[in-house]
Write a protein of this length. Structure first.
Length: 155
């Protein structure tokens, strides 16, 4: 099964509402890095014990048997005491260009400190790793398609 990406395998694009901004497409910083660095698309203030969705302005496309997993950068956890509220973000192939939010990748960051933390636009906060996944022999294929954006699977 092929993806609807016109022969492209996997990658990133800017969400329409961020195309006139100066945010960067995620990239790997060394030849052997597994993760693509994601940066905040705007300044975000996170109060102690608060969860905020940090916009990246990015959407990702991939093959049907792939997933993009998102992890907090270790420097964000150590230096600012921020963690991904869901532990690991899972971006499914059908999240791309969904009708609710165009597939905009939003990072739910939790402030575990007792200080207000500010994320600056352009600050690298997460890394994404593309992975293949397997399905079980006995799986009955779901017939439904994604109908929404962030957190909408199974609703």
């Amino acid at each position: 099964m092929t993806s609807p990406n016109q022969g492209r395998l996997r990658g990133f694009e800017l969400v329409t509402s961020y195309q006139s901004t100066d945010i960067q497409i995620p990239s790997r910083k060394t030849m052997t890095s597994a993760g693509y660095d994601f940066a905040a698309a705007e300044d975000v203030v996170i109060h102690p014990q608060e969860i905020k969705l940090v916009p990246t302005g990015i959407k990702a496309y991939m093959q049907n048997d792939e997933v993009l997993k998102l992890y907090a950068r270790s420097s964000i956890a150590v230096n600012k005491q921020l963690i991904l509220a869901n532990g690991v973000g899972v971006i499914d192939q059908d999240y791309y260009n969904n009708e609710s939010n165009e597939g905009h990748i939003l990072l739910p960051l939790y402030n575990a400190s007792n200080q207000i933390v500010t994320i600056q636009k352009g600050e690298r906060v997460a890394q994404g790793v593309f992975e293949k996944f397997l399905s079980s022999d006995s799986e009955s294929r779901p017939a439904s398609k994604r109908s929404g954006g962030f957190g909408s699977t199974g609703r």
